[in-house]
Design a protein around this ligand. Sequence first.
Ligand code: SIN
Length: 342
Amino acid sequence: MNTPACPSAVNRRSWLAALAGSAVLPGATAATPRPEITLRFSHVVAEETPKGLAANRFKVLVEQRSGGRISVQVYPNAQLYGDHDEMQALQLGAVDLVAPSLSKFGRIGLPEFELFDLPFLFDDLNAVRHITLGPLGRKLLQGLPRQGLVGLGFFDNGFKQMSANRPLLEPRDFAGLRMRVQASRVIAAQMRALGAKPVTLAFSETRRALAAGVVDGTENPVSNFWTQAMHEVQSDLSLTEHGYLGYAVVTNQRFWQHLQPDDRALIDQALQESLAFANQIADAQNDRALQALREAGTTRVHRLGADQRARLRQAVQPVQQQLASRIAPHWMSDLKQAMRKA
Ligand code: SIN
């Protein structure tokens, strides 16, 4: 899908609204009822990312289809809660929806979600969707009620790239670098396997930590890199495409069960459509961000040769065994079986 280019800051609001589909939403009028239900959706990234755009579209669809009876308040950019506390806030009912990256479920006792962090596991997004939309994806979501949560679906950002103040093309380039990672033991192991030192930091703290030299580099899809203005503090972006970043939308089980069945169906339908929308635009958002980054001219962009990628892949081989030793054995065999069918 083609999304319109981001115009000047003045028109940014209407640009975001158009992307979210709110051009068709009638504005608040005297006839708009007061909302009976307000959903609070908290996330940590910018509005111009696949997740930000999906959350905004979800708001539009729910408010439109419920005639304003159900309202959605979206809190982007960790305005309300960040990586450290959003899951807890959801469990306590302080927010109703969050969409953490799959890398952040290990810390709430679901390390099997770190399967998605295994480096060089997926060749493309179709291979990912084979997992997320298939039986293994459903089985992963079925673990969430153990934590008082309900998993409503998965969606993509895309493939991660490596950044630092030098090119990262070979394992030796990582030696001694302090690399910011999400709270995933698989990603930490990946960085160690490459000879770097992983430093776990919340997403919202990453740019500042890079600017201050607390960490030397990081990994993320380009849409996150660009919208956090990390290009201003990193001179080199290496297009390693070494790992996947995706999300699960999660709600509080008590909250979900207390909704009227019709409302639950309306919300779920709007959400599934918003996730499909995010999957449609994710690639384009990352391409668009890369284009903008090139035009900004602050950061050199490096493409890896096949042999360089193969050497990185070889260096991170031990990571799979490390994860296998931490999770129930059936997860690895389920994964292999699902990948064979892909
Ligand atoms: C996100 O996309 O939600 C944040 C990813 C990160 O923490 O690197």
